[in-house]
Design a protein around this ligand. Structure first.
Ligand SMILES: Cc1cc2nc3c(=O)[nH]c(=O)nc-3n(C[C@H](O)[C@H](O)[C@H](O)COP(=O)(O)OP(=O)(O)OC[C@H]3O[C@@H](n4cnc5c(N)ncnc54)[C@H](O)[C@@H]3O)c2cc1C
Ligand SMILES: *[C@@H]1O[C@H](CO)[C@@H](O)[C@H](O)[C@H]1NC(C)=O
Ligand SMILES: *[C@@H]1O[C@H](CO)[C@@H](O)[C@H](O)[C@H]1NC(C)=O
Ligand SMILES: *[C@@H]1O[C@H](CO)[C@@H](O)[C@H](O)[C@H]1NC(C)=O
Length: 631
């Protein structure tokens, strides 16, 4: 295998070049932007507001939710809107679906970490988990794995049952459909999908060869192949993705770029909001203070300030501005204006991604060698090929374990399996490793003995705990906005959660054991993880150890500004998303979710923003029938 070494060197060089170029782009994105591919795409002009400039609405954060809000509110011609975003532009690399995990290593990530945990991220990272969040136009929808998955209808009916009027599934389905432009032919006529919305949903143009055994394996195990955004969720499926012609369709590309020239919209990039201005007597929000290129400025809102800074950002800003648990704010000498349980109710999804499954045929899997090859790059430029796989995912399965006995909704899954076309074993360049926080030593000990080519013939099947019971909390570290908050996600601390993760591993083993996968001699790579060698390999205890070590979050943090009906002591915002006891201040992003849906969170957050925009229009008497195209 004389060509192997040169090939590997080529891969390394092209990737490190990629990294460097991406840094350049990061820095120079204002100048370099790949030519717009269609008239709805293009560079968003930067506007710097002057001190004390007034707007009708100020939106903080241009993430999954913020971009939707900016679009919908500026539909009202006489409203002028300022959108403040701490980050800058997306770039060529952030568009490539398979590079998703690489983006978390760039400056597009805020770079938060959790505080040390008891049952997750053990050993490798001193018990600290990385918590990537997007700091870029499009927010976390630029770092994410593109998977478009809404959740089980009863997830939303649960919200309504908690007293949140207007948030049942039948209230919300029209909003899911409103944003959507379904481009999957088989689903065009489905009553669950929308056509003509801003957000493009498609299947990756590349069909992973693993899709066929995955589908067949599901059938062998008695599962249907279906649209998990349709009537039934449980089953096997191909991932639906926020994608346009094989490229990432972030919230910014979908909702902001097409309206970038609206006169009543101003977007200020590289603008970090440090404080919401609240008049202490009347408790009315009248503006925000932000920092742009080392200058502090204040801007004023005639009507409302809307926080869309995400589960971490919105909660931190509220507390820094005096809205939060009184005792906690006093610790930092922050004047407490309104005593509310901000930061509690933090919920998230963890996944176990340390395992690799090895097949005996080349060309079934997509690992670094395939991803970095010039053929793949050329195919990508034409909108095809393996680089279009959303975060590398090639199949999703939603299943219900026996530990879901206390969920009365029998059609709701509690574990998801994500099949990745490649695996940690094939991660020669260390991109996945850096996301997981795995050291080279760990990698070499577990996967190093596998021959190079065998590592390329491996894929992943990762269980995700989609109905977790563990709940965490976010707290301030200091009264300084630059200090990242203290985040305690408490992953896997509820005993039922760990049991279900182990059950998830057992399920992957069942899938791998089917005829469909055994045709390729598929086997689990069985070198025990360092630190778990003292346990019998493949025992439940072994898997608990392995899971505590190499589980990572899917970055679905939600819930820190919980929505609830009036009188609910755990609520931060009302079902109209207005912050309790404060005038002129709303939160509309992932943080308002009372309970995390059994799904990836981006789709539901876009829906929340669509709904929020209508609530705002309604409250200001602007919801006419022609605007309200959801009814
Ligand atoms: C690596 C990764 C993979 C994921 N994979 C998937 C997936 O496959 N499918 C899925 O559905 N979901 C996925 N998610 C989750 C999903 O992307 C997020 O839940 C969603 O994007 C969050 O939306 P948001 O609007 O609440 O917050 P964000 O999208 O994070 O937006 C918040 C915005 O506010 C800005 N901001 C914050 N604070 C300030 C401030 N003080 N001043 C100015 N601006 C500020 C931020 O820079 C950001 O742009 C993933 C997330 C990550 C990080
Ligand atoms: C969708 O419905 C239209 C009109 O009823 C029909 O012509 C078309 O063939 C259908 N498409 C699919 C993919 O079923
Ligand atoms: C806040 O923290 C940053 C970074 O650590 C520091 O530069 C800045 O001076 C601090 N601000 C205050 C008011 O202490
Ligand atoms: C792969 O494994 C299967 C099952 O063990 C075997 O039948 C098949 O011949 C193998 N194929 C190759 C190319 O080795």
């Amino acid at each position: 295998m004389k060509w192997l070494l040169p090939a590997w060197i080529c891969v390394c060089i092209s990737c490190s070049c990629g990294l460097e170029i991406s840094r350049l782009f990061d820095f120079w994105t204002d100048l370099f932007r790949p030519l717009p591919r269609n008239p709805n795409e293009g560079f968003i002009p930067d506007y710097t507001p002057y001190d004390q400039e007034e707007f009708d609405f100020i939106i903080v954060g241009a993430g999954s939710a913020g971009c939707v809000l900016a679009n919908r509110l500026t539909e009202i011609g006489k409203w002028n809107v300022l959108l403040l975003e701490a980050g800058g532009n997306e770039n060529f690399f952030s568009d490539v679906p398979i590079f998703a995990s690489f983006l978390s290593t760039t400056s597009m990530n805020w770079g938060y970490s959790s505080e040390p945990l008891k049952r997750a991220c053990k050993d490798l990272r001193n018990n600290v988990c990385f918590l990537p969040r997007g700091k870029v136009l499009g927010g976390s929808s630029v770092l994410n794995f593109l998977i478009y998955q809404r959740g089980h209808p009863e997830d939303f009916n649960d919200w309504a049952r908690m007293g949140n009027k207007g948030w049942s599934y039948s209230d919300l389905l029209p909003y899911f459909k409103k944003s959507e432009n379904i481009r999957i032919r088989q689903l065009m006529n489905s009553s669950y999908h929308g056509k003509g919305g801003y957000l493009d949903i498609e299947y990756a143009p590349y069909r992973s060869p693993l899709e066929i055994p995955f589908k067949k394996a599901g059938e062998e195990l008695g599962f249907k192949w279906r649209d998990p955004n349709g009537e039934h969720v449980i089953g096997f499926s191909k991932p639906q993705a926020t994608m346009r012609n094989g490229r990432r369709c972030s919230s910014s590309k979908a909702f902001l770029e097409p309206i970038r020239f609206r006169k009543n919209l101003k977007v200020s990039k590289y603008s970090t909001v440090e404080r919401i201005l609240i008049e202490p007597k009347t408790k009315t929000a009248y503006g925000v203070e932000f920092k742009k290129r080392n200058k502090r400025r204040q801007v004023r809102a005639r009507r409302e300030v809307i926080l869309a800074a995400g589960t971490i950002g919105s909660a931190q800003l509220l507390m820094l501005s005096g809205v939060g648990p009184e005792e906690h704010l006093k610790e930092f000498k922050i004047n407490p204006l309104v005593n509310l349980p901000v930061g509690y109710n933090l919920q998230d999804h963890v996944t176990f991604s340390g395992n690799a499954f090895i097949v005996n045929e080349t060309n079934l899997c997509v690992n670094d060698m395939t991803a970095a090859s010039p053929v793949s790059a050329a195919a990508y430029l034409a909108g095809r090929g393996p680089l279009t796989l959303p975060g590398g995912a090639a199949g999703l399965a939603f299943v219900r374990t026996k530990y879901a006995y206390d969920d009365p909704v029998e059609t709701r899954p509690d574990i998801e399996l994500v099949m990745g076309a490649g695996s940690l074993a094939g991660d020669l360049l260390g991109i996945l490793r850096s996301l997981l926080g795995i050291t080279d030593k760990w990698y070499l000990q577990v996967y190093g003995k596998l021959p190079f080519l065998t590592r390329q013939r491996s894929f992943a099947m990762n269980p995700v705990l989609i109905k977790p019971k563990s709940v965490g909390r976010l707290m301030l570290r200091s009264a300084n906005h630059s200090d990242h908050p203290k985040i305690y996600p408490n992953y896997l601390e509820h005993p039922n959660d760990m049991r279900r993760m182990v059950e998830g591993v057992r399920l992957t083993q069942k899938v791998i054991g089917t005829k469909a996968f055994q045709r390729y001699g598929t086997r689990l790579h069985d070198v025990p993880f360092p630190g778990c060698e003292h346990l019998k390999f493949d025992s439940n205890e072994y898997w608990e150890c392995a899971i505590s070590q190499t589980s990572i979050t899917l970055d679905h943090e939600v819930g820190t500004c919980k929505m609830g009906p009036s009188g609910d002591p755990t609520a931060v915002v009302s079902p109209r998303l207005v912050v309790n006891d404060v005038q002129g201040l709303r939160v509309a992003d992932g943080s308002i979710m009372p309970r995390i849906p059994a799904a990836h969170t981006h789709a539901a957050i876009v829906m929340i923003a669509e709904k929020a925009a209508d609530l705002i229009k309604e409250d200001w008497g602007m919801l006419t029938d022609s605007q309200n195209n959801t009814v």
